[in-house]
Design a binder for this molecule. Structure first.
Ligand code: ADP
Length: 365
């Protein structure tokens, strides 16, 4: 009997296995030989590099054109050749032919056998489009810097006023001055507390933790309640506060909590940004839901600002806005809550005439 020989490995099956393995990876994989020619790659690499032809035997520098943080092109082949131990970098940019860019994660690892001729040296590159992660990181950094900036001013003012009150109490003892300083500190602490409430609602809304519990709302009662609640603030500014409720209104199926919160934001703004005249809170039936609005005869919003007021932390540069306290978060949160209710906000405003914030709230199924 002839001796049994060891089975020769079926190379094409092995190759197929390997190809299907790397093709199932979400990261782009490329293997190059010592001459920096591509000898193996997967579908994700084609996708990330936006290439729809074969890359086999193409020089690496022709397919992977990366730029550094400084915007300068990186000599990818020199970079790879200089890599002695596996290295990763998250700061590269990939430029596409249509002018767009992507943030690129690139990992380079030297391999000593296998990808070209057996025994040759080569490299395996892993690439990943991390544009979204990068933009989230940037957004988070910006958010932290804006919040800490916004908190610094009120804390400084409150601290200054409290130490002033202490000083006056120990020196002249003039109680009126002490009271004034404490009131100024108190105002800032109230502002900080508003800010924390806004940030807490915001964080829940952004994480999608807020859920909508729909129930029948008596809109007419809600609007009248709000008018009663805000009557003292309107009276203090000598503003008229009226309601305009369509008598044919029927119950609305939505979240009373969020509808109330949205209207409260509109009303507090109307009160804040109106010096004379009045405010109307209105409600009328609309197809499949209700339309609610808060109109004021206040400072109005310029066309340019109208596009921006729902943005996070936006406050108009208008000195009349700057002379009031505000976090610039109210309308941003309002819009998030409106999204949860599938509601739509429309704004009509004219500078120095007034504004109407209208919201269409549909019946939730
Ligand atoms: P805040 O009132 O705390 O500044 P908001 O997000 O509620 O923040 O509003 C953003 C900006 O929109 C305000 O700073 C102001 O410039 C403008 N704004 C909102 N409501 C009105 C209004 N009723 N009249 C005039 N300007 C308004």
């Amino acid at each position: 009997m002839p001796p049994k020989s060891a089975p020769t490995p079926n190379l094409s099956v092995e190759h197929l296995r390997l190809t299907s393995l790397i093709n199932s990876m979400a990261d782009g994989v490329m293997a190059i030989d010592e001459q920096a020619k591509i000898v193996l790659y997967n579908a994700a690499a084609l996708n990330i590099l936006d290439i729809n032809t074969t890359m086999q035997q193409m020089p690496l520098r022709d397919v992977l054109k990366v730029f550094g943080k400084d915007g300068k092109p990186v000599d990818i082949e020199a970079l790879v050749a200089a890599t002695k131990i596996p290295a990763t970098n998250r700061d590269y940019l990939l430029h596409y032919t249509d002018g767009s860019t992507a943030n690129l994660y690139l990992s380079i690892a030297p391999v000593h056998r296998g990808y070209g001729q057996a025994g040759e040296r080569g490299f395996v590159l892993v690439i990943r489009d991390i544009t979204r992660e990068k933009s989230l990181e940037e957004e988070r950094d910006e958010f932290i810097s804006v919040v800490s900036h916004e908190l610094r001013t009120p804390i400084t003012i409150a601290e200054g006023n409290v130490s002033n009150a202490e000083l006056i109490a120990s020196k002249s003892g003039d109680m009126n001055l002490v009271k004034q300083a404490l009131k100024a500190a108190h105002d800032q602490i109230i502002f900080l507390s508003d800010m924390f409430n806004d940030l807490a609602t915001l964080s829940r809304a952004e994480r999608g933790r807020l859920t909508v519990e729909g129930a029948a709302i008596n809109i007419s009662t809600l609007v009248r309640q709000l008018a009663t609640n805000y009557a003292p603030q309107a009276a203090a500014k000598k503003l008229k506060l009226e309601v305009d409720i369509d008598p044919t209104l029927e119950a609305l199926n939505s979240s009373e909590l969020y509808v109330r919160e949205i209207l409260q934001n509109f009303i507090t703004n109307a009160l804040k940004y109106t010096q004379a005249g009045g405010i109307v809170i209105g409600a009328r039936p609309a197809a499949g839901g209700v339309e609610l609005w808060v109109s004021d005869s206040g400072i109005g919003i310029s066309r340019g600002d109208q596009e921006k007021i729902f943005a996070k932390f936006f406050r108009s540069e208008d000195y009349r806005t700057r002379s009031t306290n505000g976090t610039g978060l109210g309308l941003y949160i309002t819009e998030k809550l409106a999204d949860l209710l599938k509601a739509k906000i429309t704004l009509t405003s004219e500078l120095n005439k007034g504004s109407i914030f209208m919201i269409y709230v549909p019946n939730l199924q």
